[in-house]
Design a protein. Sequence first.
Length: 331
Amino acid sequence: MVYTRRERTVSDDERREFLKALGVGGAVAAGGATLDGVREAVETAGAGETAQAGELATVGEAIRADLSGSLDAELLASGHAGLAEAAAELTAVPQRGPPGFGDGPREEFAAVAEAARPAFDHLAAVGFFESTTERLPEFTPEFVEESVRRFVVSEGLAGSLADLDFSQAELVDLLATVVSHRERLGDRHWIATDELPREQLAFAEHVPPMTKAAAGGAMLWLEDLDDHLWTNAVLLTDEIVADATWDARAMAAGFDLMLDGARRISGGEAAAGAGAADEPGDATADDELAGLLSSGFALQAVAQNRLPRDAYWIGEEMRAERETTVDIPRT
């Protein structure tokens, strides 16, 4: 049986935790939650504005000031289109199951990384990662919750993800995954730049800015995943392949949210693809921009943390049943 991602990877408990963090725990059923439904519930409950909104606005304003005039809107739009096409193809991977030994790596996940590479290189060249790493604060649980809240209540921010073939229910699951890992993000993955021990650590070739590590790390996992699934196919179950695919799609989604934030700074369309608003990029408020970028980086970091446990560290309790038979010669 092929288990769907919704059955396995994101639990109702995680969805309830997400809804509770937004202040609508009793207003939306966890199992059938959609992003539009959650947004409506948050607005109805008056839970869309919090005391932390000002911090997001300050962050967004600073990043916009750093990067305005340096980003190539056309290149970023092309990056989104290529990424969306490759990522949408991943939805069919679980139905195909583990790759056959004689087939070789399928290169389905590597195609996503290949499509993302030109935009990543452009962002690296213009100082995007240095700016976002410098300006973003520590990802405390409160900051993560506020970033996700801003993403939810700002209609249109998730529009580009429809091109990656994410449903409304899957968008809830992406955000629920981020919220359920908010403690781990702060403890393990994201320290404010001004709190780094400069006498011990400085950004250099082998110590990239944290936002660059999030995006670049996602591409490295995607580049490796096809070969890993092929060489370990004998160990894989349909469930492992489904979980790995969801983690890879989450990385692609996080990367695309990052691209969308960059596009909005560049003065391109407010959002790419389905659900896009016909507005200039600077129509995006500073707090919305910061919420979009923070959610994207957090999603990439969380998905990278989940993938090894879901598909690389395969213990006896996870692996496929052994099918090898041994013929014992008769004497």
